[in-house]
Design a protein around this ligand. Structure first.
Ligand code: SAH
Length: 343
């Protein structure tokens, strides 16, 4: 059965019309979805007949919290959620001084095949619906008992491999009838699907775009990211420039540092040259080591030197603070380890 959280206000209005109900009921129903109620019968201002119709057409079930892990180091929470069809997904809630942030998944698994990533090892199972992405935020707020003010689409899955559902999610989560989270407080990360970067620029949104670059040459990038066989770094950067022109927003480049793979002084210099002059920001991420491969993280002293070189090129750089390292907080790690224990 369709989950009502998958509908935009316009879609619900259309449903009301088709079902001979007044249009204003749609707003009433949608507002209830963000209050602490469990089912349609709790929607007190609706006539009984409408509640029955809703009951026979939709569910408003939330994903079940299968497991909740809290980091003793920094309070980061990782949730393992079971969807209606039994598939498992994970999301991570991080507490910062500027507010709570959630990292959501956009697919069950992933088919992009990046060598260092745990989410992609068994491929893609299916896309998440807009509602399933949204419900991670809603459940996250319930578990936390606090508002979540920032969202990053950096969990399992490639957002641009599930484009329509992701756009729909972004519209619902930003709407004033919804969670009302500002577009400027949302970051979407992609491995670099160029035509979708262009489409995204044309959506006229104010979302921060993050690109997983991880290498400065196409040959090296192909070794760790299969998507590099399809789109070159030049094409990605051109698409980013288009995004910057259209939105006026700074693009963020993620560079996961892998020991002796992409972390030399030469790499830092060539990254500096590549990005110099682009309205951007680099996020250096010491790789999260996973047991399925032998990649090792760059030593922290070397990370500092790498960052310093980038700054010398005028490229704004931050080193991502590692959070929740005691609770398998890297992409896809939790789902995998949990599924292994169930085998
Ligand atoms: N599919 C999207 C978003 C998911 S991952 C993308 O590729 O951007 C979010 C970021 O974490 C990406 O930059 C991804 O390359 C990186 N990542 C994945 N596994 C990692 C690991 N084990 N260590 C460090 N970064 C990792």
């Amino acid at each position: 059965m369709k989950n009502i959280y998958d509908l935009t206000l316009d879609e619900l209005k259309l449903w009301m019309k088709e079902n001979k109900e007044s249009e204003f009921r749609s707003k009433q129903v949608i507002e209830w979805l963000y209050k602490d109620i469990k089912n349609f019968d709790d929607m007190k201002n609706l006539p009984k007949a409408l509640k029955e119709k809703l009951n026979s057409n939709f569910t408003m079930e939330l994903p079940k919290v299968e497991h909740e892990y809290t980091s003793r180091l920094d309070g980061t929470k990782k949730l393992l959620l079971a969807l209606q069809d039994g598939n498992l997904i994970e999301c991570v809630i991080m507490k910062y001084n500027h507010g709570n942030s959630i990292c959501v998944s956009t697919q069950v698994g992933c088919r992009m095949g990046c060598k260092f990533c745990a989410s992609t090892i068994d491929g893609r199972v299916r896309d998440l619906t807009a509602g399933e992405i949204l419900l991670q935020v809603i459940v996250g707020q319930k578990v936390l008992g606090e508002r979540i003010s920032n969202i990053v689409l950096m969990g399992s899955g490639e957002p641009f491999d599930n484009y329509d559902n992701v756009i729909k999610f972004l519209k619902i989560v930003n709407a004033d009838y919804g969670l009302n989270i500002g577009q400027r407080h949302i970051t979407l990360s992609t491995c670099g699907i160029v035509p979708k970067i262009i489409d995204f620029a044309d959506e006229d949104m104010q979302i921060t775009l993050a690109i997983s670059l991880h290498s400065t040459t196409d040959d090296r990038r192909k070794e760790i990211m299969p998507i590099a066989n399809k789109y070159s770094i030049k094409e990605i950067l051109d698409a980013c420039k288009y995004y910057i022109d259209k939105t006026g927003r700074r693009v963020s480049f993620e560079y996961s540092l892998v020991k002796e793979v992409n972390d030399s002084l030469e790499d830092a210099k060539s990254l500096g040259k590549l990005l110099k002059g682009i309205l951007c920001h680099v996020n250096l991420i010491p790789i999260n080591e996973i047991k399925e491969n032998s990649y090792k993280k760059t030593d922290s002293e070397e990370v500092k030197i790498f960052a310093k070189i980038l700054k010398e090129y005028g490229v704004e750089t931050t080193v991502r603070r590692e959070m929740g390292s005691d609770i398998n907080a890297a992409c896809g790690q939790l789902r995998r380890s949990y599924m292994e224990t169930q085998k």
